[in-house]
Design a protein around this ligand. Structure first.
Ligand SMILES: NC(=O)c1ccc[n+]([C@@H]2O[C@H](COP(=O)([O-])OP(=O)(O)OC[C@H]3O[C@@H](n4cnc5c(N)ncnc54)[C@H](O)[C@@H]3O)[C@@H](O)[C@H]2O)c1
Length: 421
């Protein structure tokens, strides 16, 4: 299908061929989504449904759109972050007839206009990563939201905004919280962030982790993944926590657990992943060893107090493209990675396609659920139905060729009866 000029706004259509290669590579890492696409092709559960997606315009997202379109949807796409747009992928999608409105590095005005371009087509189902599309739909003309059946949301920040919209009594459709699905937590946070955080640290420094002491701040979903992979690389791991249960969990998992001020003297590499602020600050920097590396994997660049580090330092210089060295004392040089920004994105490539496979499989099944049942669901932020989580894991196991047992009827009866043996 050829699109008219008004149906898209991208950087350069001639990049389409390169984009197709990139999309095909990601497809090879996304067997779960692929199997959903094949079923959608047969069953067409989204026939004629108008879908608007405000997501990172990447090869993985392109494969999600391919699945939705295979299911019969009419899909449009704009960016949820202007910096992550892959222009060649946008071009490949447009060449395949998808209306894409995204240009890498676009201005805030252009970004806003692109979100409005999607909203003004009165979508029935939305996909968001940060809630920009649903926010614009709710703030804009009544006609834009007249056909809304439901939406999905990919991040915590987006859910916060949508819950606030609901609390004001203004949310017009159900929204499924994909970022809180168990598969998402496990794969995205633990395995995705765990591996890519280490990847970012290694790409930035090319250091050997074996034999080093890595201090991880926060033993939540993401912190556990960072710890797992750091230990796998041969590092000794110290965990700093403020939650007693998670601190105990870290101890029982075999990590040393101690207050941050004590750990500051012991660590070679420090990784913050708490969601909090000033987790590493002046009093910690002052105690650190010469050569310590500081990295943040939390969402915002506020976990390492870079301003305090700068105040403390007598000199600073760029020693590698992604490493800045701060001279704190005569024999104390501290190395800040990627300016304290989220290291797996700033120094590596974020989550691998195999992780996005699980997230986007959830997205595709949630869209199908909304198309079938959205009109009967009350307008609020809701968990992903457990059946969808289970189906995504079943398909993933199938793609890995892993077989598991099933309960016998007698076992199921026992587990569901109050009578006991
Ligand atoms: N880099 C990525 O790709 C990526 C992916 C997912 C989440 N995140 C971000 O990582 C951060 C953590 O997410 P999560 O899902 O693991 O959250 P979580 O709530 O499961 O875990 C955070 C943990 O940090 C602990 N904590 C808070 N303040 C602390 C402090 N000052 N010192 C020590 N521990 C402290 C909490 O007690 C909690 O156990 C968030 O900012 C989240 O947005 C990043």
């Amino acid at each position: 299908m050829t699109l008219s000029q008004a149906d898209h706004d991208i950087a350069d259509l001639s990049l389409a061929e390169a984009g197709q290669v990139r999309i095909a590579w990601a497809d090879g890492q996304m067997p779960v989504l692929r199997s959903i696409r094949e079923r959608f092709e047969r069953e067409r559960p989204l026939d004629g449904v108008r879908i608007a997606a405000c997501l990172h315009v990447t090869s993985e997202t392109a494969n999600l759109l391919r699945a939705l379109i295979a299911g019969g949807a009419q899909a449009q796409l704009c960016a949820s972050n202007p910096l992550s747009t892959q222009d060649d992928v946008a071009a490949a999608l447009v060449a395949d007839g998808v209306g894409v409105h995204a240009v890498r590095g676009e201005s805030a005005d252009a970004y806003g206009a692109h979100v409005i371009a999607l909203a003004s087509r009165a979508p029935q189902i939305t996909l968001d990563d940060g809630a920009d599309l649903l926010s614009v739909l709710h703030a804009g003309k009544e006609a834009w939201r007249s056909a809304l059946i439901g939406g999905t949301e990919e991040t915590t920040t987006g859910l916060l905004r949508l819950r606030a919209l609901h609390d004001e009594g203004r949310l017009r459709c159900p929204v499924l919280a994909v970022s809180e699905a168990l598969t998402e937590r496990t794969f995205n946070d633990r395995y995705g962030t765990g591996q890519s955080t280490l990847d970012g640290i290694l790409r930035a420094t090319n250091m050997l982790l074996a034999g080093r002491t890595v201090v991880v701040f926060g033993y939540g979903w993401t912190g556990k993944g960072v710890v797992l992979r750091a230990r796998g690389a041969g590092a000794s791991v110290i965990v700093c926590e403020v939650d007693p249960l998670r601190a105990l969990e870290a101890r029982m998992d075999g990590c040393e657990v101690m207050p941050a001020l004590v750990a500051a003297e012991r660590g070679d590499v420090f990784v913050t992943v708490t969601g909090g602020r000033n987790v590493l600050a002046r009093e910690h920097f002052e105690r650190m060893k010469d050569g310590a590396m500081l990295a943040n994997a939390g969402h915002f660049d506020v976990e390492i107090a870079v301003d305090q580090l700068a105040e403390l330092a007598s000199a600073r210089r760029q020693v590698l493209p992604l490493v800045e060295q701060f001279e704190v004392g005569p024999q104390q040089r501290l190395n800040l990675l990627a300016e304290g920004r989220v290291v797996n994105l700033a120094a590596a490539e974020g989550h691998p396609a195999a992780v996005m496979d699980m997230s986007f499989a959830n997205q595709a099944l949630c869209v199908e659920h909304l198309a079938r049942h959205g009109a009967q669901i009350e307008p609020r932020v809701l968990p992903v139905p457990p059946d969808i989580d289970r189906e995504v894991t079943r398909l993933k196991l199938q793609s890995l060729g892993v077989l598991i047992d099933e309960l016998t009827e007698a076992q199921r009866d026992y587990l569901t009866s109050w009578r006991g043996a």
